[in-house]
Design a protein around this ligand. Structure first.
Ligand SMILES: C[S@@+](CC[C@H](N)C(=O)[O-])C[C@H]1O[C@@H](n2cnc3c(N)ncnc32)[C@H](O)[C@@H]1O
Length: 258
């Protein structure tokens, strides 16, 4: 069990309304780079995009570790997936924006969350800084040993299955569209197969896929395994990014090996 860095709360001044996290972020003035530092063209573009991205400043304001947090906030506002008492596995979780949002929704790190038995396991190739009462695993999801480690963690205590499997996993972009597509689809397929092993009946699976939606074969499998399958592009997902999320609800099976 590790310590949770709670998203900071803004001090509410008299007459000021509380900022809603699922509303569009405030527009910020366009920032230009005026320093004389040597940068490559791509790092210059990246920096400018970060500086001019309203979700980056809103994430900083609200204490989220990544702008990606707003994608899960939007997904949850639309599909109502995350509730106290649930067990959630968050794949590709670093630096932890989605995990912070899930922890808020499940009240993990609070007495209420503990009393209800809320549980989050967050996994990534990269290290994730501690979050209170969240189990963090640093490993490659595509390794068999990792699946076993996840199953062992889930089987600890009451083995009652998982309510939601989240996957925001994405391999670093290679610049080659076909290669990136294959890599992300391999990760989604592996996440789907894991979800089928651990989800409770009625459980949900959310995964990052690429524009054009989920590949036909995977979509067919998802439609067999879940009662409802939708695609959703949150406003916080960059318009020039091909990413989109598949949201599968109402798992028809029963947990495999738990
Ligand atoms: C877009 S980031 C996730 C952002 C995160 N959801 C958040 O809210 O902060 C994608 C993550 O997928 C992770 N990833 C990619 N391939 C992976 C793999 N095989 N196993 C585990 N994590 C992986 C990357 O390390 C990266 O941190």
């Amino acid at each position: 069990m590790t310590r949770q860095a709670r998203p900071s709360q803004r001090t509410k001044k008299k007459g000021q309304t509380t900022q809603k996290k699922d509303k569009a972020p405030p527009k910020v003035g366009k920032v230009k780079l005026q320093d004389n530092q040597k940068r490559t063209e791509s790092s210059r573009k990246w920096l400018l995009r970060q500086l001019n991205d309203p979700y980056v400043s809103k994430a900083k304001d609200l204490g989220y570790r990544s702008r990606a947090a707003f994608k899960l906030i939007e997904i949850d506002a639309k599909y109502r997936l995350l509730k106290p008492g649930m067990t959630i596995v968050d794949l590709g979780a670093a630096p932890g924006g989605w995990t912070q949002v899930a922890a808020e929704k499940l009240k993990v790190g609070t007495l209420k969350g503990a009393a209800k038995g809320s549980r989050i396991i967050a996994l990534d190739l990269s290290e994730i800084a501690p979050l209170k009462d969240v189990t963090i695993l640093t490993a490659d999801f595509t390794d068999e040993a990792t699946i076993q480690a996840l199953m062992d963690n889930l089987a600890e205590g009451a083995a009652r299955g998982v309510d939601v499997v989240l996957s925001d996993m994405a391999a670093p972009a290679s610049g080659m569209t076909d290669v990136d597509h294959i890599r992300i689809m391999n990760l989604v397929e592996a996440a789907y197969e894991f979800a089928c092993l651990v989800l409770k009946p009625g459980g949900a699976f959310v995964a990052k896929v690429l524009q054009g939606g989920t590949e036909a074969t995977l979509l067919t499998r998802l439609k067999k395994a879940f009662t409802k399958v939708s695609h959703f592009k949150p406003a916080a997902s960059r318009k020039d990014s091909a990413e989109i999320y598949v949201v599968a609800q109402g798992f028809r099976g029963s947990p495999g090996k738990l």
